[in-house]
Design a binder for this molecule. Sequence first.
Ligand code: HEC
Length: 94
Amino acid sequence: MTKFFFFWYFFTCNIIFADEIKISIILENCKSCHGYNYEGNKYIDSLLDIEKSDFITKMNEYKYSNDNYAMNRISKVLTEKDIKKIAELIYENK
Ligand code: HEC
């Protein structure tokens, strides 16, 4: 039984860990357009100017809209859970 739990623990930890890595790689991708610290540039407004809840709403709007702009293509591959996790990380220090 102990062996089983050890195995189960090891397995679930790995899944959580893999997920964290994936999200941090996705965030590096966001920075390539939204700037280091998501503060934007002369073309794109800072992501920190909007609230976390607006961020989640906007990301879902991009995800479910049929347009084909950069943000639509990027958000299509994210799950709603990914979007929430990304929001946690971007707005955690705000
Ligand atoms: C290829 C460049 C590019 C990448 C990569 C990118 N974005 Fe964007 N993003 C844009 C552009 C351009 C806009 C503004 C134009 C628009 O609304 O489509 C935008 C707008 C947004 C907005 C709306 C901001 C507002 O004030 O309305 C959010 C939120 C956002 N992006 C989040 C993200 C996140 C999170 C990622 C990473 C998963 C990401 N973006 C990656 C180009 C990019």
